[in-house]
Design a protein around this ligand. Structure first.
Ligand SMILES: Nc1ncnc2c1ncn2[C@@H]1O[C@H](COP(=O)(O)OP(=O)(O)OP(=O)(O)O)[C@@H](O)[C@H]1O
Ligand SMILES: [Mg+2]
Length: 306
């Protein structure tokens, strides 16, 4: 559905996106992660034909982003929720959607039906006649989502759609994304929310100007394979602390009543550590070995590629 070949973008001397190649399948929810300034928004803007590429190419549904005629076709089949929502502040919620629906040549009946459907779905129907200038960030964000979907696009680009939302509204949007997935829409999601990415994305790409890694959340976690031993105590006393410090444990970290370190020999060497803690008068409540999380993977990969 989206094919990207060696796509690059330079702004003067600055390379914002460096020769990325990847494919996104129809009906896939693809998460794009990366630190601030990694080039996520730039990539999305190139794919949505809002800015030109410097080199390489990308196709959406077979249409080339660099081609003028194809660009118009691409714009008909995609929807974008940009990072800055860019709504008309002086217009009401309803009229913002009405404007976009007209731009996309929807009939009067279609406009009426779809606008009502989305405003109700996103909990904005009661505010339909209120001017958007008075909306909270979250309400604007929701309206921008409705706007991006008004013409029923096949591919939806979302640039940090839950960034301004309260937990309940963020969940509404995530559920909405999963609903769209059921309708076989292709979704390209820029996010900083690792938990969100893990929960709703089929695959994740990690960008740091270059594409650092790509795979399912599980692939990425397995690739890094950090396992941590977590020991929770009643209290980490000075003598407990001294006893564990003597053991030279890899990446030892003490936070509150919890001691964490990289697991040695798959956990088979945990007992001498627990014994040392008990010997130092520590009361151990819980010992567990946890696998690497997407956050571990992200921090490791981005750290290695600075
Ligand atoms: N119009 C522009 N002119 C010059 N430089 C730009 C322009 N747009 C983006 N950049 C630069 O390109 C780089 C990538 O920016 P981009 O907005 O794509 O990052 P991002 O991954 O979306 O970051 P964030 O997570 O903060 O949204 C940054 O160094 C940015 O300063
Ligand atoms: Mg961005």
């Amino acid at each position: 559905m989206i094919e990207i070949d060696n796509l690059s973008k330079k702004f003067g001397d600055l390379t914002a996106v460096d020769s990325i190649s990847m494919n996104i399948n129809e009906g896939e929810v693809f998460g794009f992660l990366g630190p601030n300034g990694a080039g996520k928004t730039t990539t999305v803007r190139m794919l949505c034909t809002l800015i030109s590429k410097t080199s390489g190419n990308a196709r959406i549904s077979g249409y080339n982003i660099g081609d003028k005629d194809d660009s118009l076709k691409i714009r008909k089949i995609i929807g974008l929720v940009p990072d800055n929502v860019g709504l008309s502040e002086h217009l009401s919620a309803y009229d913002n959607l009405e404007f976009f629906a007209r731009v996309h040549d929807l009939s009067k009946t279609e406009r009426k039906e779809r606008i009502q459907y989305f405003l109700e779905m996103l909990g904005l129907w009661d505010k339909r006649n209120v001017s958007v200038g008075t909306f909270s960030k979250g309400m604007k964000q929701k309206l921008a989502i409705a706007r991006a979907l008004i013409h029923d696009p096949q591919v939806l680009f979302l640039d940090e759609p839950t960034a301004n939302l309260d937990p309940e509204a963020a969940k509404t949007v995530r559920d909405f994304i999963l609903d769209l997935k059921k309708q076989k829409k292709t979704i390209f999601l820029n996010t900083h929310n690792l938990d969100e990415a893990q929960r709703i994305c089929d695959r994740i790409g990690i960008l740091n100007t270059k594409l650092v890694s790509i795979g399912t959340p599980k692939d990425l976690e397995d690739a890094v394979r950090v396992r941590k031993t977590v020991i929770e105590l009643e209290q980490v006393t000075d003598s407990v602390l001294k006893s564990v410090q003597k053991l030279s444990l890899p990446n030892l970290d003490v936070e509150g009543n919890t001691i964490t370190f990289d697991t040695i020999d798959s956990g088979s060497k945990n007992w001498p550590i627990v014994e040392a803690i008990v010997h130092a008068g520590g009361h151990v409540n819980i010992v567990k070995v946890v696998g690497s999380t997407l956050e571990d993977v992200y921090l490791k990969l981005v750290g290695e590629n600075q």
